[in-house]
Design a binder for this molecule. Structure first.
Ligand code: FE
Length: 223
C-alpha cells in the first residue's frame, strides 16, 4: 500500500482539491466532534463482471493513454472526494481502485460483449491512494449507460473498490438524473442509494472550463 504514493499529486493539484472541497457542501463539519458526526457507511454494490484483468496503473488521468496524443471521447469529469471512517476521520493511504465503461458504454475487458466501440484513448481503470487528509481524485470521462441483459440497461456508473487497513468496500458511483437510475436493481438494492448518486458541478477556474467536477465521499467502517 505504501507504494501508492501521493507524490503522484503535485502541490498545485492538491491545492485545486482543497479549493473545491472547501466550497463543497460536504455533510460534515470540523466543528463537530467525532461522536456527533455519525456518518453512514457508503452502501456496498456488486463487483460486477468487468473488474480489470490487467494490473491497474497509478495514472490518475484516464483521459489520455501514455504514448498517444489523443484524448478520450466524452464529458471530462474531475472526480474527487474523501475516504472517511464512521467517526468522520480521514483514512489516509487507502487504496482506491476505479474502473468504468467508456463514453459509448463499453469496457476494455474481454468479457464485455457490448458491440459499442472501444476508445483507444481511454484508460478504463486506475489505482489511486488517499493523501493524509483522506483525499483522492482522478480525471476521467462520464461513462455511458450500457445493456447488461435482455431487460436491463445499467445507468452510467463508475466502479470503486476502496481498501483501508481494516476494511474494504466495493461500490458503484452514479449520476443524478440518469433515466436508468430508477429501475436499476443494483442501485436500488442499496439501502440509502442517495449516498451513491452524484451531481455534475461546474468547475472552479483551476479546471478546464469544459470539464465538470464530481464530489464522491466514501465512508468505511473503521478505515
Ligand atoms: Fe459496470
Amino acid at each position: 500500500m505504501g507504494s501508492y504514493s501521493i507524490g503522484d499529486l503535485s502541490r498545485r493539484e492538491i491545492l485545486k482539491m482543497s479549493i473545491v472541497l472547501a466550497g463543497s457542501s460536504v455533510a460534515f463539519s470540523t466543528n463537530l466532534t467525532a461522536a456527533e458526526v455519525a456518518l453512514r457507511r457508503t452502501p456496498a454494490q456488486i463487483l460486477g463482471p468487468f473488474y480489470p484483468l490487467n494490473k491497474l496503473t497509478r495514472n490518475f488521468d484516464l483521459t489520455r493513454v501514455p504514448g498517444r496524443t489523443g484524448h478520450a471521447d466524452g464529458q471530462v469529469l474531475n472526480v474527487m472526494g474523501r475516504v472517511l471512517n464512521l467517526a468522520g476521520k480521514p483514512v489516509r493511504n487507502a487504496k482506491v481502485e476505479v474502473w468504468q465503461a467508456n463514453a459509448y458504454g463499453r469496457y476494455t475487458h474481454p468479457n464485455d460483449t457490448n458491440p459499442a466501440p472501444l476508445d483507444p484513448n481511454f484508460v478504463g481503470s486506475a489505482v489511486l491512494a488517499t493523501d493524509p487528509q483522506g483525499r483522492y481524485r482522478f480525471k476521467t470521462i462520464k461513462p455511458a449507460a450500457y445493456p447488461a441483459g435482455p431487460d436491463l440497461i445499467r445507468p452510467a456508473h463508475i466502479h470503486f473498490q476502496v481498501s483501508g487497513r481494516h476494511d474494504r468496500l466495493v461500490t458503484q458511483m452514479y449520476f443524478e438524473n440518469d433515466p436508468y437510475n430508477e429501475k436499476d436493481p443494483i442501485l436500488n438494492s442499496a439501502g440509502r442509494k442517495e449516498l451513491l448518486i452524484t451531481r455534475l458541478l461546474d468547475p472552479s477556474p483551476e479546471f478546464d472550463p469544459d470539464s465538470k467536477v464530481v464530489m464522491f465521499d466514501i465512508v468505511l467502517f473503521k478505515g
